[in-house]
Design a protein around this ligand. Sequence first.
Ligand code: KG4
Ligand code: ZN
Length: 329
Amino acid sequence: MILLGIETSCDETSCSIIKDNIVLSNIVKTQEIHKEFGGVVPDLASKDHEKKILSIVNEAIKQSRIKLNDIDGIAVTYGSGLLGSLIVGLNFAKGLSIGLNIPLIGISHLEGHLSSGFINKEPKFPCISLIVSGGHTQIWLIESIHKFTVISNTVDDAAGEAFDKGARILGLGYPGGPEIEKMAKTGDPFKYDFPLPKVKNNIFNFSFSGLKTALLYKKNKLDSSGIYSENDLAASYQHAIIISLLDKLERVICHYKVYNVMIVGGVSANLYFREISLQLKEKYNLDIIFPDLEYCTDNAAMIAMAGYLKLLEGEKTDLSIEPNPNIIY
Ligand code: KG4
Ligand code: ZN
Protein backbone atom coordinates (compact mmCIF):
# COMPACT_ATOMS: atom_id res chain seq x y z
CA MET A 1 0.00 0.00 0.00
CA ILE A 2 1.40 3.42 -1.00
CA LEU A 3 0.53 6.47 1.10
CA LEU A 4 1.29 10.13 0.50
CA GLY A 5 1.56 12.17 3.71
CA ILE A 6 1.31 15.95 4.07
CA GLU A 7 2.29 17.99 7.14
CA THR A 8 1.87 21.79 7.29
CA SER A 9 0.71 22.37 10.88
CA CYS A 10 3.38 24.91 11.86
CA ASP A 11 6.53 26.08 10.05
CA GLU A 12 7.59 22.91 8.24
CA THR A 13 6.18 22.17 4.79
CA SER A 14 6.58 18.45 4.32
CA CYS A 15 5.50 15.63 2.03
CA SER A 16 6.41 11.96 2.25
CA ILE A 17 5.71 8.78 0.32
CA ILE A 18 5.69 5.47 2.19
CA LYS A 19 5.19 1.95 0.89
CA ASP A 20 3.64 -0.07 3.73
CA ASN A 21 5.85 0.91 6.67
CA ILE A 22 8.90 1.82 4.56
CA VAL A 23 9.68 5.48 3.88
CA LEU A 24 10.47 6.08 0.19
CA SER A 25 10.85 9.85 0.49
CA ASN A 26 10.45 12.51 3.16
CA ILE A 27 10.93 16.10 2.03
CA VAL A 28 10.93 18.66 4.85
CA LYS A 29 11.41 22.39 4.27
CA THR A 30 11.69 24.49 7.42
CA GLN A 31 10.62 28.08 6.89
CA GLU A 32 13.48 30.51 7.47
CA ILE A 33 11.29 33.64 7.42
CA HIS A 34 10.48 33.44 11.15
CA LYS A 35 14.06 33.56 12.45
CA GLU A 36 14.18 37.36 12.72
CA PHE A 37 10.95 37.36 14.78
CA GLY A 38 12.11 34.83 17.40
CA GLY A 39 9.01 32.66 16.86
CA VAL A 40 6.54 31.57 14.20
CA VAL A 41 4.41 34.34 12.60
CA PRO A 42 1.13 32.61 11.60
CA ASP A 43 0.28 34.69 8.49
CA LEU A 44 3.78 34.35 7.07
CA ALA A 45 3.69 30.61 7.76
CA SER A 46 0.48 29.95 5.81
CA LYS A 47 1.61 32.10 2.86
CA ASP A 48 4.89 30.25 2.67
CA HIS A 49 3.17 26.82 2.79
CA GLU A 50 0.93 27.96 -0.09
CA LYS A 51 3.95 29.01 -2.12
CA LYS A 52 5.91 25.79 -1.61
CA ILE A 53 3.48 22.91 -1.19
CA LEU A 54 3.14 21.93 -4.87
CA SER A 55 6.88 21.78 -5.49
CA ILE A 56 7.46 19.81 -2.26
CA VAL A 57 4.78 17.25 -3.15
CA ASN A 58 6.28 16.91 -6.64
CA GLU A 59 9.76 16.48 -5.16
CA ALA A 60 8.56 13.74 -2.77
CA ILE A 61 6.88 11.86 -5.63
CA LYS A 62 9.93 12.21 -7.86
CA GLN A 63 12.35 11.04 -5.18
CA SER A 64 10.21 8.01 -4.31
CA ARG A 65 10.15 6.93 -8.01
CA ILE A 66 6.45 6.12 -7.86
CA LYS A 67 3.80 7.47 -10.22
CA LEU A 68 0.88 9.60 -9.08
CA ASN A 69 -1.55 6.81 -9.98
CA ASP A 70 0.28 4.33 -7.69
CA ILE A 71 -0.88 6.21 -4.56
CA ASP A 72 -3.56 4.40 -2.51
CA GLY A 73 -4.39 7.11 0.05
CA ILE A 74 -3.54 10.63 1.30
CA ALA A 75 -2.80 11.21 4.98
CA VAL A 76 -2.81 14.81 6.18
CA THR A 77 -2.48 16.67 9.47
CA TYR A 78 -5.80 18.40 10.27
CA GLY A 79 -4.87 19.54 13.82
CA SER A 80 -3.44 20.65 16.13
CA GLY A 81 -1.50 23.60 14.80
CA LEU A 82 -1.92 27.02 13.22
CA LEU A 83 -5.26 27.38 11.47
CA GLY A 84 -3.97 29.05 8.30
CA SER A 85 -1.13 26.53 7.98
CA LEU A 86 -3.42 23.54 8.49
CA ILE A 87 -5.85 24.84 5.83
CA VAL A 88 -3.13 24.86 3.16
CA GLY A 89 -2.17 21.19 3.69
CA LEU A 90 -5.72 19.98 4.23
CA ASN A 91 -7.11 21.66 1.10
CA PHE A 92 -4.25 20.40 -1.01
CA ALA A 93 -4.81 16.86 0.31
CA LYS A 94 -8.56 17.06 -0.34
CA GLY A 95 -7.95 18.17 -3.93
CA LEU A 96 -5.52 15.32 -4.52
CA SER A 97 -7.88 12.81 -2.93
CA ILE A 98 -10.75 13.95 -5.19
CA GLY A 99 -8.54 14.14 -8.29
CA LEU A 100 -7.10 10.64 -7.82
CA ASN A 101 -10.33 9.19 -6.36
CA ILE A 102 -8.50 7.71 -3.35
CA PRO A 103 -9.25 7.92 0.41
CA LEU A 104 -8.30 10.86 2.59
CA ILE A 105 -7.15 10.10 6.14
CA GLY A 106 -7.10 13.02 8.60
CA ILE A 107 -4.36 12.65 11.22
CA SER A 108 -3.83 14.51 14.48
CA HIS A 109 -0.32 15.90 14.75
CA LEU A 110 0.17 14.14 18.08
CA GLU A 111 -0.82 10.81 16.58
CA GLY A 112 1.79 11.50 13.90
CA HIS A 113 4.51 12.00 16.53
CA LEU A 114 3.43 8.79 18.30
CA SER A 115 3.61 6.93 14.97
CA SER A 116 7.15 8.19 14.30
CA GLY A 117 8.27 5.60 16.87
CA PHE A 118 7.18 2.85 14.45
CA ILE A 119 9.30 4.03 11.49
CA ASN A 120 12.23 1.62 11.06
CA LYS A 121 11.63 0.38 14.65
CA GLU A 122 9.74 -2.54 16.07
CA PRO A 123 8.54 -1.76 19.58
CA LYS A 124 7.15 -4.58 21.69
CA PHE A 125 3.74 -3.92 23.29
CA PRO A 126 2.73 -2.73 25.78
CA CYS A 127 5.07 0.24 25.66
CA ILE A 128 4.99 3.84 26.72
CA SER A 129 5.71 6.86 24.59
CA LEU A 130 6.94 10.20 25.84
CA ILE A 131 6.08 13.00 23.40
CA VAL A 132 8.30 16.02 23.82
CA SER A 133 7.62 18.73 21.27
CA GLY A 134 7.12 22.48 21.13
CA GLY A 135 3.43 22.15 21.95
CA HIS A 136 3.15 18.92 23.96
CA THR A 137 4.74 16.99 26.78
CA GLN A 138 2.77 13.85 27.44
CA ILE A 139 3.22 10.19 28.29
CA TRP A 140 1.04 7.65 26.49
CA LEU A 141 0.45 3.98 27.20
CA ILE A 142 0.45 2.07 23.90
CA GLU A 143 -1.10 -1.38 24.17
CA SER A 144 -1.16 -2.09 20.42
CA ILE A 145 -0.68 -0.06 17.24
CA HIS A 146 -4.33 0.91 17.56
CA LYS A 147 -4.75 1.39 21.32
CA PHE A 148 -3.30 4.54 22.88
CA THR A 149 -4.20 6.05 26.29
CA VAL A 150 -2.80 9.27 27.73
CA ILE A 151 -1.19 8.94 31.19
CA SER A 152 0.26 12.35 31.88
CA ASN A 153 0.52 15.87 30.60
CA THR A 154 2.25 19.16 31.29
CA VAL A 155 0.41 21.58 33.56
CA ASP A 156 2.04 24.62 31.93
CA ASP A 157 4.78 24.86 29.28
CA ALA A 158 5.87 21.99 27.02
CA ALA A 159 9.50 20.78 27.16
CA GLY A 160 10.23 22.29 23.73
CA GLU A 161 8.77 25.59 24.94
CA ALA A 162 11.12 25.46 27.94
CA PHE A 163 14.02 25.20 25.48
CA ASP A 164 12.61 27.98 23.26
CA LYS A 165 11.87 30.38 26.14
CA GLY A 166 15.17 29.53 27.83
CA ALA A 167 17.02 30.29 24.60
CA ARG A 168 15.34 33.69 24.45
CA ILE A 169 16.49 34.44 28.01
CA LEU A 170 20.02 33.40 27.03
CA GLY A 171 19.88 35.65 23.94
CA LEU A 172 19.89 32.71 21.49
CA GLY A 173 17.84 32.20 18.31
CA TYR A 174 14.70 30.20 17.45
CA PRO A 175 14.10 27.26 17.67
CA GLY A 176 15.82 27.25 21.03
CA GLY A 177 16.42 23.52 21.50
CA PRO A 178 19.21 23.06 18.95
CA GLU A 179 20.74 26.42 20.01
CA ILE A 180 20.89 25.45 23.69
CA GLU A 181 22.18 21.99 22.81
CA LYS A 182 25.00 23.53 20.75
CA MET A 183 25.95 25.96 23.51
CA ALA A 184 25.72 23.29 26.21
CA LYS A 185 28.20 20.99 24.47
CA THR A 186 31.19 22.72 26.05
CA GLY A 187 29.46 23.57 29.34
CA ASP A 188 29.29 21.85 32.72
CA PRO A 189 25.77 20.42 33.30
CA PHE A 190 26.39 20.23 37.07
CA LYS A 191 27.64 23.81 37.55
CA TYR A 192 24.28 25.35 38.52
CA ASP A 193 21.41 23.75 40.43
CA PHE A 194 17.84 24.03 39.21
CA PRO A 195 14.91 22.83 41.33
CA LEU A 196 13.26 19.58 40.18
CA PRO A 197 9.69 20.71 39.34
CA LYS A 198 6.95 19.18 41.50
CA VAL A 199 3.31 18.96 40.46
CA LYS A 200 0.50 18.64 42.98
CA ASN A 201 -2.18 15.92 42.61
CA ASN A 202 -0.60 13.91 39.77
CA ILE A 203 2.93 12.55 40.27
CA PHE A 204 3.24 11.77 36.54
CA ASN A 205 2.51 15.31 35.31
CA PHE A 206 5.16 17.76 34.10
CA SER A 207 5.77 21.42 34.78
CA PHE A 208 8.41 23.64 33.17
CA SER A 209 7.44 27.24 33.81
CA GLY A 210 9.31 27.33 37.15
CA LEU A 211 12.56 26.22 35.49
CA LYS A 212 12.31 29.04 32.96
CA THR A 213 11.78 31.59 35.75
CA ALA A 214 14.69 30.10 37.73
CA LEU A 215 16.89 30.53 34.64
CA LEU A 216 15.88 34.18 34.34
CA TYR A 217 16.72 34.90 38.01
CA LYS A 218 19.98 32.96 37.82
CA LYS A 219 21.11 34.79 34.70
CA ASN A 220 20.24 38.22 36.13
CA LYS A 221 22.17 37.40 39.31
CA LEU A 222 25.19 36.09 37.40
CA ASP A 223 25.13 39.08 35.02
CA SER A 224 25.33 41.48 37.94
CA SER A 225 28.01 39.55 39.81
CA GLY A 226 30.69 39.43 37.09
CA ILE A 227 32.21 36.86 34.74
CA TYR A 228 30.64 33.43 34.25
CA SER A 229 30.36 30.83 31.51
CA GLU A 230 27.11 31.02 29.51
CA ASN A 231 27.92 27.52 28.26
CA ASP A 232 27.76 26.23 31.85
CA LEU A 233 24.43 27.97 32.35
CA ALA A 234 22.98 26.51 29.11
CA ALA A 235 24.30 23.03 29.99
CA SER A 236 22.84 23.16 33.51
CA TYR A 237 19.47 24.37 32.22
CA GLN A 238 19.36 21.65 29.53
CA HIS A 239 20.29 19.08 32.18
CA ALA A 240 17.45 20.29 34.44
CA ILE A 241 14.82 19.95 31.68
CA ILE A 242 16.00 16.47 30.79
CA ILE A 243 16.30 15.24 34.37
CA SER A 244 12.76 16.41 34.97
CA LEU A 245 11.53 14.45 31.92
CA LEU A 246 13.40 11.33 33.02
CA ASP A 247 12.13 11.65 36.60
CA LYS A 248 8.48 11.44 35.43
CA LEU A 249 9.31 8.74 32.94
CA GLU A 250 10.87 6.66 35.71
CA ARG A 251 7.76 7.03 37.89
CA VAL A 252 5.62 5.78 35.00
CA ILE A 253 7.99 2.88 34.26
CA CYS A 254 7.78 1.79 37.90
CA HIS A 255 3.99 1.86 37.75
CA TYR A 256 3.23 0.24 34.36
CA LYS A 257 4.69 -3.05 33.17
CA VAL A 258 6.04 -2.26 29.72
CA TYR A 259 8.68 -3.68 27.37
CA ASN A 260 9.77 -0.50 25.62
CA VAL A 261 9.88 3.23 26.07
CA MET A 262 9.61 5.45 23.00
CA ILE A 263 10.72 9.08 23.17
CA VAL A 264 9.41 11.14 20.23
CA GLY A 265 8.92 14.76 19.11
CA GLY A 266 11.35 17.62 18.46
CA VAL A 267 13.17 17.45 21.83
CA SER A 268 13.95 13.76 21.24
CA ALA A 269 16.52 14.97 18.66
CA ASN A 270 18.65 16.17 21.59
CA LEU A 271 21.79 14.02 21.78
CA TYR A 272 22.45 14.76 25.47
CA PHE A 273 18.91 13.52 26.20
CA ARG A 274 19.61 10.33 24.25
CA GLU A 275 22.87 9.83 26.13
CA ILE A 276 21.56 10.21 29.66
CA SER A 277 18.36 8.27 29.05
CA LEU A 278 20.65 5.25 28.78
CA GLN A 279 20.74 5.30 32.60
CA LEU A 280 17.05 4.32 32.60
CA LYS A 281 17.67 1.66 29.99
CA GLU A 282 20.34 0.06 32.18
CA LYS A 283 18.48 0.44 35.46
CA TYR A 284 15.22 -1.12 34.23
CA ASN A 285 16.58 -3.32 31.43
CA LEU A 286 14.20 -1.66 28.96
CA ASP A 287 14.69 -0.79 25.32
CA ILE A 288 14.50 2.95 24.82
CA ILE A 289 13.54 3.79 21.25
CA PHE A 290 14.31 7.18 19.75
CA PRO A 291 13.17 7.80 16.16
CA ASP A 292 15.87 8.36 13.55
CA LEU A 293 16.76 12.06 13.75
CA GLU A 294 14.81 13.09 10.61
CA TYR A 295 11.56 11.79 12.17
CA CYS A 296 11.89 13.67 15.51
CA THR A 297 11.01 17.20 14.43
CA ASP A 298 7.91 17.79 12.29
CA ASN A 299 7.83 15.69 9.15
CA ALA A 300 5.26 14.09 6.82
CA ALA A 301 6.64 10.54 7.09
CA MET A 302 5.16 10.21 10.59
CA ILE A 303 1.80 11.45 9.24
CA ALA A 304 1.92 8.95 6.38
CA MET A 305 2.79 6.18 8.88
CA ALA A 306 -0.19 7.10 11.08
CA GLY A 307 -2.37 7.10 7.94
CA TYR A 308 -1.08 3.69 6.92
CA LEU A 309 -2.00 2.22 10.32
CA LYS A 310 -5.50 3.71 10.03
CA LEU A 311 -6.07 2.60 6.46
CA LEU A 312 -5.07 -0.95 7.46
CA GLU A 313 -8.06 -0.81 9.82
CA GLY A 314 -10.28 0.44 6.99
CA GLU A 315 -10.56 3.94 8.48
CA LYS A 316 -10.94 6.92 6.18
CA THR A 317 -12.08 10.49 6.65
CA ASP A 318 -15.03 12.36 5.20
CA LEU A 319 -14.04 15.13 2.78
CA SER A 320 -15.98 17.64 4.85
CA ILE A 321 -13.35 17.40 7.64
CA GLU A 322 -12.34 20.82 8.97
CA PRO A 323 -8.96 21.92 10.31
CA ASN A 324 -8.90 21.88 14.11
CA PRO A 325 -6.13 23.99 15.72
CA ASN A 326 -6.82 22.62 19.21
CA ILE A 327 -7.44 18.91 18.75
CA ILE A 328 -5.51 16.73 21.21
CA TYR A 329 -5.73 13.28 19.67
O1 KG4 B 1 7.99 18.25 17.20
P1 KG4 B 1 8.41 19.60 16.81
O2 KG4 B 1 9.27 19.75 15.57
O3 KG4 B 1 7.20 20.56 16.62
C1 KG4 B 1 6.09 20.60 17.44
O4 KG4 B 1 5.19 19.75 17.25
O5 KG4 B 1 6.09 21.47 18.32
O6 KG4 B 1 9.18 20.20 18.07
C2 KG4 B 1 9.73 21.48 18.04
C3 KG4 B 1 10.39 21.72 19.39
C4 KG4 B 1 10.92 23.13 19.54
O7 KG4 B 1 10.50 23.62 20.78
C5 KG4 B 1 12.43 22.95 19.48
O8 KG4 B 1 13.14 23.90 20.25
C6 KG4 B 1 12.59 21.54 20.05
O9 KG4 B 1 11.50 20.82 19.55
N1 KG4 B 1 13.84 20.91 19.58
C7 KG4 B 1 14.83 20.56 20.40
C8 KG4 B 1 15.88 20.06 19.57
N2 KG4 B 1 15.45 20.11 18.28
C9 KG4 B 1 14.20 20.65 18.30
N3 KG4 B 1 14.95 20.63 21.73
C10 KG4 B 1 16.09 20.19 22.29
N4 KG4 B 1 17.15 19.73 21.58
C11 KG4 B 1 17.08 19.64 20.22
N5 KG4 B 1 18.12 19.18 19.53
ZN1 ZN C 1 5.37 18.36 16.10
